[in-house]
Design a protein around this ligand. Structure first.
Ligand code: SF4
Length: 275
């Protein structure tokens, strides 16, 4: 019972994190009265508990990511790359994710190699059904060699948990594998030099759904420079794989108003996983 309640509270807290409207659950001491059917406020008073420790979108054990999820939108852009040629020209016989990471570790194909501490090839489940693509490593990623491990990464972890696709079940990579100086956007020639690694990773993982996190990731995947407003709310196709575009988690930290649309986007992707 306590475990189920804990899970429910964590789920509801995630919904708030993602920008949903707030409701208040009683503190743990009020659970008995609440379970007996008393309204929440009455339960709180009956238990004499003044502390309210959870703020969430809604109360109810049936709460799920799918509730009020937006319908799957119509088609967007279709991108077909010459994967076999691209892969074989750039990567030779590297036939595993580890082999790609090894190539990345010694890569000097663009100027970003000069400023890196570590390369960040990407990581995750080699058989992931959901693959996420970001822009490039930041300071924490450059220091650790792992993608999305800073504050934005922690928010991404929460988002993935909320759609019941926890991070270990996914694969996460970036358009460029080395940190751009001052976290600037990668230049077109840097993206072009690095993209074959990502393409090979996608070919190896063969995800069912792709999510592009932010406009640079979308540009790298779709080959167009358009605003997120133009690219969100559609199901694009990248070599036949459905691709959903949403905000980069770092952008959500700067502007919490984007959490709700992001929540809609990831629930569209989650539905595509089930389709
Ligand atoms: S960003 Fe990519 S292409 Fe450039 S040096 Fe790093 S691994 Fe190589």
């Amino acid at each position: 019972m306590a475990e189920r309640d804990g899970l429910r509270r964590r789920y509801l807290a995630q919904q708030v994190e993602l920008g949903g409207p707030e409701v208040v659950l009683p503190a743990a001491g009020a659970q008995a009265a609440g379970a007996a059917g008393a309204p929440m406020q009455a339960a709180r008073l009956a238990a004499g508990v003044a502390r309210l420790d959870i703020v969430a979108t809604r109360a109810g054990a049936a709460a799920k990511w799918s509730e009020n999820a937006p319908p799957i939108p119509g088609p967007g852009l279709t991108v077909v790359t010459d994967l076999p040629a691209l892969v074989s020209d750039a990567l030779g016989d590297s036939a595993s994710l580890a082999a790609v990471a090894e190539l990345v570790a010694s890569c000097r194909k663009c100027a970003l190699c000069d400023g890196r501490s570590r390369t960040v090839p990407g990581e995750g489940n080699p058989e992931a059904r959901l693959m996420l693509v970001g822009e490039g490593p930041g300071a924490t990623e450059d220091a650790t060699g792992r993608p999305f491990v800073g504050q934005a990464g922690q928010l991404l972890d929460k988002i993935l948990e909320a759609i019941e696709s926890p991070r270990p079940s996914t694969f996460i990579a970036n358009i460029v594998k080395c940190r751009p100086p001052q976290n600037r956007k990668p230049l077109p020639d840097e993206m072009a030099a690095c993209l074959p690694y990502l393409h090979r990773q996608i070919a190896l993982v063969r995800p069912k759904v792709l999510i592009a996190l932010g406009s640079t990731a979308a540009e790298g995947m779709l080959g167009v420079r358009k605003s997120l407003g133009e690219l969100r709310g559609k199901v694009h196709r990248w070599n036949g794989i459905p691709l959903v575009v949403t905000y980069h988690p770092a952008a959500l930290l700067r502007n919490p108003n984007w959490k709700k649309p992001t929540w809609d986007d990831v629930r569209i992707a989650r539905q595509l996983l089930d389709g």
